[in-house]
Design a protein around this ligand. Structure first.
Ligand code: GLC
Ligand code: MG
Length: 249
């Protein structure tokens, strides 16, 4: 059985070096045709910004698209997010209260409307003060009894999500939906919202060589032999990791 489940972040992981991506895409597409390998994109982008990227770059059509930091799952090109996942997330989520409490933090600048999603409230926050503000924000939200998590990414983005939604939880859902074993699953990323793909995971993990400090710091503090830190950047780093784990030759 050579089939595997390939899950990758887009910005600065798969996308970043066009030539390297074209080469990797070719290998992955061949593997999909020959072995039924599944290709899943897991991005922080909304479907709107994903479509924008897809119009600019030559991406493969993914078998499953996970948008908005694990909160929306689109299967086989569907226009509607998977209802089983949305129903699960809607259970303990009070979007209005999240927004009301977050509004007390004047350091937070709201992201564009397209990035405010049913299960994701997003802001920009200066990296210099993030270390102080993010824990304060999280505390304020938790004190109201909200079942949330706060994720800081790319040295600029704050995402507030239901506690049971992130890229890692979405990966479990996708893997179980496709009925592929953990040992045959590999996830790739470069920044803070990808930590959930790697934290306490039996799936293999690849961190690309250009990863952000927030992810590198976390990686150092949480070693795991299922995780590989590539030397090469972007798609070349993914290819290096896939070879390391024996998924690709
Ligand atoms: C993408 C999304 C943005 C999010 C960021 C980090 O850039 O568009 O809303 O905050 O990823 O997850
Ligand atoms: Mg990224």
């Amino acid at each position: 059985m050579k089939q595997f489940l390939f899950i990758t972040d887009l910005d600065y992981t798969l996308v970043g070096d066009d030539d390297a991506m074209a080469k990797l895409n070719q290998q992955l597409e061949l593997h999909r045709q020959q072995h039924g390998t599944k290709i899943v994109y897991s991005t922080g982008r909304s479907p709107f910004l994903y479509q924008k990227l897809a119009a600019e770059k030559t991406l493969l059509a993914p078998d499953i698209l996970v948008c908005s930091v694990g909160t929306e799952i689109y299967i086989n090109g569907s226009q509607d997010p998977d209802a089983r996942w949305s129903d699960k997330l809607s259970q303990a989520w009070d979007r209005n209260l999240v927004k009301t409490i977050s509004a007390n933090f004047t350091e937070l600048k709201p992201q564009p409307e397209s990035e405010q999603r049913d299960f994701k409230v997003s802001y920009f926050l200066d990296e210099k003060i993030a270390g102080k503000i993010v824990p304060e924000l999280e505390r304020a939200l938790l004190e109201q009894g909200l079942d949330i998590q706060v994720i800081y990414s790319g040295g600029q983005d704050v995402d507030i999500l239901p506690r049971h939604a992130n890229k890692g939880m979405a990966m479990t859902f996708v893997r179980q939906h496709l009925e592929i074993d953990v040992a045959k699953t590999v996830a790739c990323g470069d920044s803070g919202n990808d930590i959930a793909l790697f934290a306490n995971r039996k799936e293999k993990g690849i961190i690309v060589g250009n990863a952000k400090q927030e992810l590198l710091d976390w990686h150092k503090a949480n070693p795991n032999q299922n995780r590989y830190l590539a030397t090469a950047k972007f798609a070349s780093g993914i290819a290096e990791g896939l070879q390391h784990f024996g998924f690709l030759e």
